[in-house]
Design a binder for this molecule. Structure first.
Ligand code: AMP
Ligand code: TRP
Length: 329
């Protein structure tokens, strides 16, 4: 079986965009691949975090992974900081990464402009930690969004560099961009992508939003004055709602357009709300149940760490040996 690695940072709740663009695909991959899904808490602390919030966000993200259908029996689901090999391999890779390479990372350039007061070295070497995450597990495929492709390229370069300098040690990972390029747009500005960092909370739907809040957000979503439910770029709001509706109901866009012929946006929006509410209802219920079952969550992440640890140590031992570090007796 091919190996998949991916992770998300525990920095707030997941949106419908994260679900349709990432997590839902992960749940499909779990049937075919050997998957590692991590809550990357060490990545999250490259920007200031309140300890209490970070702890809560980490548990919440884990609960959202499981509530979305990631099965802890089929996958290795773990918290990054529990497997110390990640930071250990990072050190080795740090010694083989050029300052120039890291300076060219567009995410670093963006984040460093927004965070001038906290320009820490961790923000700079963040992509090296990500490379360690991936390379420790001999990963074949990494499902990530467009924005992470440059980081993945660094992971590939580092794998090749190490393999050439010593001898073949790491699998060189490939990006895995899901077929249907799901891009869920903001409900308030439908030409921008839906993002949880939007100041206007009416712009996004959270996986764990209450039904009434979902209905309110869809009702207020920005459309147009054309008044016909059809799929085109002049009606980005309606287009986005059609995309969401279609993905959640498995009805084609054409079918939906026909269904709403001669009907107004009111009916259409009501139905979109109900599809979202009904899709997310079991997720939210499961999420709440899991959060009140700390023992179960602990059990999941303890087992996950154990499984991950075994594979990670195996790779790290080889690396240490090749580099010339003396084996611990
Ligand atoms: P982020 O929340 O930006 O760290 O993204 C986490 C994952 O969700 C990445 O794989 C993104 O590509 C995906 N994602 C985030 N927002 C959207 C969106 N609006 N539509 C589709 N996928 C998204
Ligand atoms: N940097 C990724 C993001 O912000 C999260 C991440 C960390 C990751 N390590 C990873 C993604 C390894 C894929 C593989 O979205």
């Amino acid at each position: 079986k091919k190996i998949i690695f991916s992770g998300a940072q525990p920095s707030g709740k997941l949106t419908l965009g994260n679900y349709l663009g990432a997590i839902k695909n992960w749940t499909e991959l779990q049937e075919e691949y050997n998957c590692y899904y991590s809550v990357v808490d060490l990545h999250a602390i490259t920007v200031p975090q309140e300890a209490k919030n970070l702890r809560a966000n980490t548990m919440q993200l884990l609960a959202q992974y499981l509530a979305s259908g990631l099965d802890p029996e089929k996958n290795t689901i773990f918290i990054q900081s529990h497997v110390s090999a990640h930071t250990e391999l990072m050190w080795i890779l740090n010694t083989m990464t050029y300052m120039g390479e890291l300076s060219r990372m567009t995410q670093f350039k963006d984040k460093s402009q927004k965070n001038e007061a906290n320009l820490n070295a961790g923000l700079f070497t963040y992509p090296v930690l990500m490379a360690a995450d991936i390379l420790l597990y001999q990963t074949d495929l990494v499902p990530v969004g467009e924005d992470q492709k440059q980081h993945l390229e660094l992971a590939r370069d580092l794998a090749n560099r190490f393999n050439n300098r010593y001898s073949p040690t790491f699998k060189v990972p490939e990006p895995y961009i899901p077929k249907a390029g799901a891009r869920v747009m903001s409900l308030q500005e439908p030409t921008k992508k839906m993002s949880k960092s939007d100041e206007n909370e009416n712009g996004y739907i959270l996986l764990v939003d209450e039904p009434d809040s979902i209905r309110r957000k869809i009702k207020r979503s920005v459309t147009d004055s054309i008044g016909i439910v059809q799929y085109n770029d002049e009606q980005p709001g309606i287009k986005n709602l059609l995309d969401i509706y279609s993905k959640l109901s498995n009805k084609s866009i054409e079918e939906l357009v026909t269904m709403y012929e001669g009907k107004g946006y009111g009916d259409f929006k009501n139905d979109v709300s109900e599809v979202i509410v009904e899709t997310l209802r079991p997720l939210r219920e499961q999420y709440e149940y899991l959060l009140s079952n700390k023992d179960y969550l602990e059990d999941v992440y303890a087992k996950g760490a154990q499984k991950a640890e075994y594979q990670a140590r195996k790779t790290l031992r080889k690396v240490y040996k090749k580099v010339g570090l003396i084996e611990k007796k």
